[in-house]
Design a protein around this ligand. Structure first.
Ligand code: C2E
Ligand code: MG
Ligand code: MG
Length: 646
């Protein structure tokens, strides 16, 4: 960061020095033109009056000044100034010698020449020029006198003294003035450098991200604007495109939450370097915020494909990073859009790349998606749903329904799965398959999950109070609630608050929760197990194939996914899978619940295979609490029936 700051400051200081050099070059040019014009005039006058020697000398001066003009134009203004000064000195001395010597008017030009030396030369050059002038004056005095005593007599002596005094005084004045000017210029240069430094700092803060040193959002937007201008420029190559790639790191929040912000920051820096290394110098990678990066490629030629660039970026993220002696695997979800096809203004392109990134995330992460016009519609629906969901609990639009779970052998109801139902005033019944993912990605799942837990415990308390104390309720819990929701405390407190035995609540979690081998999950599950809360694996067989988690955690039940149950009569494979799950569960001393039982034939096949419990439309869909209580009363197990009738 500071290296770039120095570079920017040096650039700014160089800019101001360049301006000074330019000014000096301009002044030398102007003075040389004035001198050339003056000598031309003098030469014409000398020719007219028959003084050909003077005219030849002036012609020679013009030639040398012309060479000085050429040197100045090619950037060597100091050399040009020295050449002009030397020429002038030689020519003036020669004119003086050819003319009237000390009594000539030529020495009148000496102070002007000294000013020129003071302006464009060093102090040493000024003193040297003065010495040459004084020497020329003494030489003239001697030249025109036959003897030294004659030279030292009046009037040449007087003339020599007066001219020498004028030359010396001019030199002293110039030494003083140029000393002051030099001092001022030095101060000014120091001030300019300081100003450049602070300007560079401001630029740094306004356009670069402090953490990664990458350009920030403002800079990225400006760069994209420039790329789009190039795309629309008259000389743009036909078919050229600009590619905008939005990158969001997967599960970065987990790294931050579990390993701390320092590790998170370091990871972001590593990722930033990796992304930068995979791009051409003309491309840009910017850090937008948190775990979001933006890559801008272009303008690309017609043959260049965005896909190869995207594949390169994804491959760059794939290897693991060693941070704090820990191997970290980072993947990203990438959203891609291409200008001009998908839009030709900065905001539209950023929005579309963002939408595409959300689709990549929704598809299971570690993926990329190109923008598709349908995504616009999806995002609108998502936003509407998220905003309606925010107030759904307060407005009483949420209900918890119960789908009975039965003991297959006896046909008695042993409990129910609590399933959320949302009745929106305009949208009608909204399926949980639609709104649960929205609640998860918007963070509303925590609030919703707490409401479900409270409602389930309250209803269960009601069932127990009606003499249905054998019933338990299974509550679905999202992975997010486990990762960041203190679910263990909430469940244990809620059970105690409603005076319920811990075994009355079962938590249904999916395999994706259990493969996350974080310490936090282990502790939460251990605490729940120790308290007596049961855990069931929902949709078993549809998630991860690594079953190591079944050994690690105390899982009470496996729920066979309805896709297998419903297909088991038609498909041998599905039937085989159901049998295998039941066998495996029994080996591990777990119970099995079959989901999606829709007919008697499937029920018979499940019983035959040794499945203990089932739920499905064959008995009932999810129904309101009151209806469920009535349903359960009609299918009581023996001991409960005896107590209820007594
Ligand atoms: P799930 O936990 O696997 O729930 C079972 C789903 O299968 C429910 O769909 C249920 O209505 C449906 N189902 C039950 N029996 C049958 C049958 O015989 N045939 C067919 N075709 N379907 C049957 P639903 O209610 O639409 O819920 C969908 C998913 O939404 C649930 O899948 C669960 O993952 C999630 N969900 C529901 N309520 C909650 C909740 O309170 N919290 C969380 N985190 N997720 C919930
Ligand atoms: Mg479930
Ligand atoms: Mg299920």
């Amino acid at each position: 960061m500071s290296a770039r700051l120095d570079h920017v400051a040096t650039e700014a200081a160089e800019g101001s020095t360049e301006a000074l050099v330019g000014l000096r070059q301009q002044r030398v040019r102007q003075i040389l033109w004035i001198l050339i014009a003056s000598f031309s005039l003098l030469a014409v006058m000398n020719v007219a009056s028959g003084h050909y020697t003077g005219a030849v000398l002036e012609g020679l001066a013009m030639l040398l000044l012309g060479i000085g003009q050429w040197r100045n134009a090619s950037g060597a203004s100091a050399a040009a100034a020295r050449l002009a000064l030397g020429t002038m000195l030689v020519v003036l001395v020669a004119l003086m010698a050819a003319g009237e010597g000390l009594m000539d008017e030529v020495p009148i030009a000496y102070p002007a020449l000294l000013i020129f030396a003071g302006m464009f030369g060093s102090r040493r050059l000024l003193v040297l020029a003065t010495a040459v002038m004084l020497a020329s004056l003494v030489a003239m005095a001697l030249w025109h006198s036959n003897t030294v005593s004659q030279a030292l007599s009046d009037p040449p002596l007087q003339r020599l003294v007066v001219l020498s005094i004028i030359v010396c005084v001019t030199m002293i004045f110039l030494l003083l003035v140029t000393g002051d000017v030099r001092h001022l210029v030095r101060d000014l240069e120091a001030e300019t450098a300081a100003l450049a430094q602070s300007n560079a700092r401001i630029t740094e803060l306004a356009y670069y991200d402090e953490l990664t040193g990458l350009p920030n959002r403002t800079m990225a937007k400006e760069h994209l604007r420039q790329l789009l201008l190039q795309l629309h420029a008259r000389d743009a190559r036909p078919g050229a495109s600009v590619v905008v790639i939005f990158i969001d790191l997967d599960h970065f929040k987990t790294v931050n939450d579990s390993l701390g912000h320092d590790v998170g920051d370091e990871l972001l820096r590593e990722v930033a370097q990796c992304l930068k290394a995979s791009l051409r110098p003309s491309d840009m990678v910017a850090h937008l915020s948190g775990d979001e990066f933006l890559v801008l490629l272009g303008p690309l030629d017609e043959g260049d494909t965005a896909v190869s660039a995207v594949a390169r970026l994804m491959a760059q993220l794939a290897p693991s990073f060693m941070l704090h002696d820990m191997q970290m695997h980072v993947t990203g979800s990438l959203g891609v859009c291409v200008a001009p096809q998908d839009g030709d203004d900065v905001d539209t392109l950023l929005k579309k790349a963002d939408l595409a990134m959300y689709e990549a995330k929704a598809s299971g992460r570690n993926a990329f998606r190109f923008f598709d016009p349908r995504m616009d519609v999806n995002m609108l629906e998502y936003l509407q749903l998220a905003s309606a969901l925010r107030t759904a609990v307060e407005k009483g639009e949420m209900q918890l329904h119960y789908q009975p779970q039965l003991d297959l052998a006896s046909g008695c109801v042993t409990g129910a799965e609590a399933l959320l139902r949302w009745q929106h005033p305009e949208m009608g019944w909204v399926s949980p398959a639609r709104f649960i993912p929205v609640a998860e990605s918007s963070g509303l799942i925590h609030e919703l999950g707490s409401w479900v837990l409270h409602r389930a415990c309250a209803d269960l308390r009601g069932f127990h109070d009606q003499g249905l104390a054998h019933l338990s309720v299974a509550v679905n819990v999202s992975a997010l609630q486990f990762r960041r929701g203190h679910i263990d405390y909430k469940v244990i407190n809620s059970l105690a608050g409603h005076d319920l035995p811990p075994g009355a609540i079962e938590l249904e979690i999916t395999e994706s929760v259990l493969v996350d081998d974080s310490e936090k999950l282990d502790t939460a599950l251990e605490r729940l197990h120790a308290a007596g809360v049961r855990i069931a694996i929902d949709d078993f067989g549809t998630g991860y194939s690594n079953l190591g988690y079944l050994q690690r955690h105390a899982v009470r039940r496996l729920k066979i996914d309805q896709s297998f149950t419903r297909a088991m009569l038609e498909s041998e494979r599905a039937d085989g899978i159901v049998h295998a799950i039941i066998e495996m569960a029994h080996c591990l001393r777990m119970e099995v619940v079959a989901e999606g039982v829709e007919d008697a034939a499937t029920l018979a096949r499940l019983k035959e295979a040794g499945c203990e419990f089932g739920q499905g439309f064959y008995w009932s869909p999810a129904i309101p609490a009151r209806e469920f209580a009535a349903f359960a009363k009609a299918r009581l197990p023996e001991p409960a029936a005896a107590t209820l009738t007594a």
